[in-house]
Design a protein around this ligand. Structure first.
Ligand SMILES: [Zn+2]
Ligand SMILES: [Zn+2]
Length: 372
């Protein structure tokens, strides 16, 4: 058992509270990671605000990066001192997992939002009793995290570790949607509806994929300017211009691929309407559970359009995260331009800056919090 410092959520809406908690020793299949930094993602706010049913009190955080401190006796994937990125959890034994469709694991919700290990246990407690953890199999808003070896991804030591956590969720989601799910091809046209961390990662990935036309659609001028720096060839401010007409005009009839990351049904409709004949729209934006959206049935049928849901970018994290690190190191995937660093004590400020749109991807540094 060891003492850790972590940010807990004790009631709906927060705030994050910095507390000293106890963390168990690793089980045979677990890895203890000294967390160096953890990105903050929209899903942390969804859990804080209870838009998804997540048990409280809980330690959130699901874009951790760190150094392996200790391994259980059965762990083969990593050793002490390895640099790792922590990603989402999958069960490994359901039909989708056996097919390799890890992000569509039948147990995905329980394992990532259930606040416990798969067997229902927790590893974290305070003087009053157990605290929920294992959020996305990691709960990385703490100085240490205990993780199953499955969702611990080894990364090269020459990459800046404090930057890499967001590759475990938000960045992997946008980049993977383009590269693995939509399979945007060289010479094609792509439009990102929504210019947050996911949408801008998609823009960078579309450039890597060789798309000839890359359009960013958002309402915040600074995000549109950043999109141009990251590889967009055109931007559309949808507060000033009808984005469907604009995308059709730029592409000469419609985009081959669109991606909806705002979570708004009206924007999803635009992303479908802006498609070319035989185009594909990917959905990655999460509205509240139960939200419905509408589209013109004949408009989709007679043009052969496809609409697909995408979770976490459809990748295999053990392969895809190191690939994104390599692209970053080569200067081809500059996701550091999305990032602003905060201390653990500034975590509520990070959440506020992200919700107001001033910070695209906050990263909470934890290393300075480690006790000597
Ligand atoms: Zn599964
Ligand atoms: Zn996330």
């Amino acid at each position: 058992m060891r003492e850790i410092k972590a940010a807990t959520i004790r009631r709906k809406g927060g705030p994050f509270q910095i507390e000293t908690l106890s963390l168990d020793e690793p089980r045979p299949d677990e890895v203890l990671v000294r967390v160096v930094a953890a990105g903050m993602c929209h899903t942390d706010m969804v859990a804080r605000d209870q838009l998804y049913d997540v048990p409280l009190p809980i330690v959130l955080g699901h874009e951790g990066s760190g150094v392996v401190e200790q391994v259980g006796g059965g762990v083969k994937k990593v050793t002490v001192g390895d640099h790792v990125v922590l990603t989402y959890m999958w069960c490994g034994h359901c039909k989708p997992c056996l097919r390799g469709d890890l992000t569509y694991c039948e147990n995905f919700y329980a394992l990532n939002f259930g606040g416990t290990r798969e067997d229902g246990s927790t590893a974290t407690r305070d003087a009053g009793g157990p605290i929920h953890d294992h959020f996305f199999g990691q709960s990385s808003f703490g100085t240490f995290a205990l993780i199953h070896e499955r969702n611990v991804i080894k990364v090269p030591k020459d990459a800046p570790l404090e930057l890499l956590g967001p590759l475990g969720c938000g960045i992997q989601t946008g980049a993977g949607a383009v590269m693995n799910a939509l399979k945007v091809n060289p010479g094609s046209s792509f439009a990102a509806f929504g210019g947050g961390a996911v949408g801008l990662s998609a823009v960078m990935a579309a450039r890597v994929a060789g798309a000839a036309i890359i359009i960013a659609v958002d309402v915040v001028p600074s995000r549109l300017a950043l999109a141009m720096e990251l590889g967009a060839t055109h931007t559309v401010n949808s507060r000033e211009t009808d984005p469907v007409e604009a995308v059709r005009e730029i592409t000469g009839g419609g985009a081959d691929f669109t991606l909806e990351s705002s979570g708004r049904p009206a924007v999803l409709r635009q992303a479908i309407d802006a498609l070319a004949i035989r185009g594909t729209c990917g959905i990655v934006g999460a509205p509240a559970l139960g939200t419905e959206a509408s589209f013109d049935v004949n408009g989709v049928m007679t043009t052969g359009k496809r609409i697909i849901g995408i979770i976490e970018g459809d990748g295999k994290p053990d392969l895809f995260i190191p690939a994104l690190v390599a692209l970053y190191t080569q200067g081809r995937f500059p996701f550091d331009k999305l990032v602003k660093f905060y201390t653990l004590e500034q975590i509520n400020q990070a959440a506020e800056d992200s919700e107001k749109g001033g910070t695209i991807k906050p990263i909470i540094r934890l290393e300075s919090q480690v006790e000597p």
